[in-house]
Design a protein around this ligand. Structure first.
Ligand SMILES: [Zn+2]
Length: 564
């Protein structure tokens, strides 16, 4: 029991440190999950209304499932602590969170668990049960236990933690007239009435029916929309993206040359491909060329082809990209980097549909839809004499500007989700999405590298996040993006304090005011470290950044210091 107590206290201290009140942004964080501070009475009214409209039985089911869902979430947090703690310590996260969240004061009475063997037995005392007290307030003493959300929480938490179904029952309940509640939990098969208990975990058939119908409607609708379906990464709801996409759709039906403008990484090739796929030439070739990636002296040969003997080394005749794209589309990225000689030839194709291979007198006819793209200012290049003005006007006839990701904030979540699915599949990982804090960081970031940067970052997150968890901020960003908002933590009495400074400041005050001496402070530090290291002096020393001999030296002298 005393071991349980110790474990309990350590867990509680550590958890308090994970609660942050961010008054500037109006958010409360528990680790990386967003929490709410709500009025118990308002919550109780909602519970009452559920009971009054749905009936006791249905409401019990709904509330049990709601509790179950938050239990499962808290188990995720417990799992993040499991790496550096014993099973017992990690498990105590749940009861401590239940207490910290203000729902019920949980005290373990008996707890035996073995995750590997799948063994579990738990008995807990519940004091100040929020749910029991309010139920009694509205409905008087009930014939059966009433802490449904809390029981759901215990089942969800423990089942997720143990990786098998664990069921709890209230053997005493304040709502049923006892002074406190008391719960017992064990694996489902050890209960005689497991089926009866578990019926509350099954969603209502009526809800299932509605969901089924919704799915059917969505499937039918998607079949109708199939012709307009976007390629995998062409997603977005932001006005900027929709406007660009509308222009693209209108151009798809014609053969007009299109110029795509946008920063590096906005997905110009994806837009070009989409234009090709949406047009009548979708079954013909789509050839992409990055003009900046080809040495200037080779560009003409690459684009227009070479006849055998055109220059030393041209041993065989070779088709250029234009010929290979014949009938389909040719995408020229970074067109501003095209040398002037190649620009002249390009203009000729656009005007007459004719090309000549290098070293060949014969003209060849090609039917190619040209899609050009650039992230440089072509007008400026024209002024500097590096880009032909006649070619510029030809290309500029139909331009589409693809907005950078920072102007498409609404699309970040959709894209992030898409890339998460893609890379989880590629790496064969099952992840549960992003933590609330990670989502917030993705939205706050300015994305200088645009969609490509987002995709790379999500890929990094998929690689770093352990299977079965959510991607956290530090899985995405190697350093924290920008200055984080000031967050307030909880002091041991549950008061708000600035994590970084307040605690230190009150210690300084204590020393200046003679409440405590420097030596006593050192004693406190040493004792706390030994406590946290469970008596292991080497690891206690490490916690304080000391060597073991340094630690032992200080320890030896501490017995002379009078305690406060
Ligand atoms: Zn109860």
């Amino acid at each position: 029991m005393s071991k349980l107590r110790l474990v309990e206290r350590a867990a509680s201290d550590d958890l308090r440190a994970r609660v942050h009140f961010c008054t500037e942004t109006g958010q409360i964080w528990l680790h990386e999950h967003r929490m709410l501070l709500v009025h118990a009475e308002a919550q109780a009214s909602l519970r009452k209304e559920l009971i009054d409209t749905l009936g006791m039985d249905r409401a019990q089911g709904l509330l049990t499932r709601m509790g179950y869902a938050s239990g499962v979430r808290d188990a995720e947090l417990a799992r993040t602590r499991a790496q550096n703690a014993s099973d017992l310590e990690a498990f105590m996260t749940g009861p401590q969170l239940h207490t910290l969240e203000g729902i019920v004061r949980v005290t373990p009475v008996k707890l035996e668990l073995d995750r590997v063997a799948g063994k579990f037995y738990g008995e807990f005392l519940w004091e100040n049960s929020w749910e029991g007290q309010w139920h009694r307030h509205f409905y008087g003493i009930h014939s059966a236990p009433v802490c449904w959300t809390q029981i759901g929480y215990a089942c969800g938490y423990t089942s997720a933690f143990m990786g098998r179904t664990i069921l709890y029952k209230e053997v005493e309940c304040v709502g049923a007239g006892q002074a406190n509640c008391r719960i017992v939990g064990k694996p489902a098969e050890e209960w005689d009435d497991a089926a009866e208990q578990m019926r509350f975990f099954a969603p209502e058939p009526i809800a299932d029916r509605i969901l089924d119908l919704q799915t059917q409607v969505a499937q039918l609708r998607s079949r109708i929309d199939d012709k307009e379906k976007l390629p995998a990464d062409m997603v977005g709801v932001s006005p900027g993206f929709r406007a660009a996409y509308e222009l693209l759709k209108q151009a798809a039906a014609s053969q007009i040359t299109v110029l795509l403008l946008g920063e590096t990484g906005v997905g110009k090739e994806m837009f070009a491909r989409c234009l090709h796929e949406s047009g009548a030439r979708r079954d013909e070739p789509f050839i992409a060329v990055n003009c900046a990636a080809i040495p200037p002296e080779l560009v003409e040969a690459e684009l227009f082809g070479v006849e055998k003997g055109a220059y030393t080394g041209a041993l065989v005749s070779r088709q250029g990209r234009f010929e290979r794209a014949n009938g389909g589309s040719l995408f020229l990225d970074e067109i501003g980097d095209l040398p002037l000689a190649a620009q002249a030839k390009l203009l000729r194709v656009l005007q007459d549909g004719e090309i000549e291979r290098l070293g060949d007198q014969k003209t060849r006819r090609v039917k190619v839809r040209l899609i050009a793209a650039t992230n440089s200012d072509l007008q400026q290049l024209v002024r500097e004499g590096r880009f032909r003005s006649d070619l510029y006007y030809r290309l500029n006839a139909y331009q589409i500007r693809i907005p950078p990701l920072r102007e498409r904030k609404e699309d970040v979540s959709v894209l992030a989700k898409r890339f998460l699915e893609k890379h989880s599949a590629l790496y064969g990982k099952k992840l549960r999405g992003f933590t609330d804090k990670a989502k917030r960081a993705l939205l706050a970031y300015a994305w200088p590298g645009n969609i490509r940067e987002l995709e790379n970052m999500i890929e990094r997150g998929v690689i770093l996040a352990p299977s079965g968890t959510r991607i956290e901020v530090n899985h995405l960003f190697s350093s924290h993006p920008g200055e984080p908002a000031r967050e307030l933590g909880l002091d041991p009495h549950g008061g708000l304090e600035d994590n970084r400074w307040e605690a230190g400041r009150s210690l300084c005050e204590a020393i200046f005011n003679g409440v405590m001496t420097l030596d006593q402070l050192e004693v406190m530090l040493l004792e706390t470290a030994i406590d946290k290291a469970r008596g292991n002096l080497s690891s206690a020393a490490r916690m304080l950044g000391l060597t073991r001999p340094q630690f032992a030296y200080r320890l030896k002298h501490m017995h002379d210091v009078p305690k406060t």
